[in-house]
Ligand binder design. Structure first.
Ligand code: DGL
Length: 267
């Protein structure tokens, strides 16, 4: 079903929660005049333990909302939703450009000196056929250690960026990468750069850490046709707007943006 294009043009950005702010941050820097609308699907976060059908259904509902609000370009600021939903979204809205977020396997292959790469991701991304096809396409002659990291997103969503419990989880998930002797690691979830110092600490100074948000924002900037008019940032959430506003002020140090509830049934 093709939704009619409204006259206002926005870039719609979504994630299960706050992880996509790492992409939004880059988008604001690269396209200072853009009208941006961010949807945090907080009531359904985390996506990592959800089924592919669930993740697709959420992504379709969110995209419908973003397009209805005026989005003419959609940035999926979530590896998990990209892995399980981007094909369905493109099939459903063939005239809308979608920019996905996927682990930078190709840059990691170029950067690795010893041919051993680690990838930290949600369980749903780690299990996805799309990720394994990407690895097969770009890194078939490399060793890629794919590590699912359940629980990490829950801490970050709660505003915990450095508790002992979170550090212990990070250490646990980095152990197989260290044991394999990787020299390059990919943060394959947009939440993970928010705790980048913890990954560095757990992996050690010899392991280079690659992230993808800047490349995603650059791709969106290439596709975006600038409009006249002032920049706009709208933030919607399926969860509690006050809690999200608090998170944004506390973690990102952005001045209290307006956060509105997107009326979706939680479940
Ligand atoms: N930030 C997301 C990603 O990049 C989703 C994390 C989650 O909700 O589990 O995969």
């Amino acid at each position: 079903m093709q939704t009619d294009f409204p006259t206002r043009r926005e870039i719609g950005v979504f994630d299960s929660g706050v992880g996509g702010f790492t992409v939004l941050r880059e988008l604001r820097a690269l396209i200072p005049g853009a009208r941006l609308r961010y949807l945090a699907d907080t009531a359904y976060a985390p996506y990592g333990p959800r089924t592919p059908d669930d993740i697709r259904a959420r992504s379709v509902a969110i995209t419908e909302h973003l397009i209805a609000q005026g989005a003419s370009l959609i940035v999926i600021a979530c590896n998990t939703a990209t892995a399980h939903a981007i094909e369905a979204l493109r099939a459903r809205w063939p005239a809308v450009p979608f920019v996905g977020t996927e682990p930078g396997i190709k840059p990691a292959v170029a950067a690795s000196r010893n041919g051993r790469i680690g990838l930290l991701a949600t369980d749903a991304t780690a299990a996805s056929a799309r990720l394994h096809a990407l690895i097969e396409r770009h890194a078939s002659d490399h060793q890629v250690v794919v590590q699912g990291c359940p629980g990490i997103v829950d801490h970050i969503e709660a505003g915990d960026l450095d508790s002992p419990a979170l550090r212990a989880l990070v250490q646990r998930y980095c152990a197989p990468l260290r044991a394999a002797g990787v020299d390059t690691a990919l943060l394959g979830c947009t939440h993970y750069p928010l705790i980048e110092p913890l990954w560095h600490e757990a992996l050690g100074a010899d392991v280079q850490l690659l992230r993808i948000e800047t490349a995603v924002a650059r791709r969106a900037a290439d596709l975006w046709q600038p409009d006249a008019g002032p920049p706009v940032l709208n933030i919607d959430t399926s969860g509690d707007p006050a809690a999200l506003r608090g998170w944004i002020e506390h973690v990102l140090d952005w001045r209290a943006p307006d956060v509105r509830r997107w009326p979706a049934a939680a479940g």
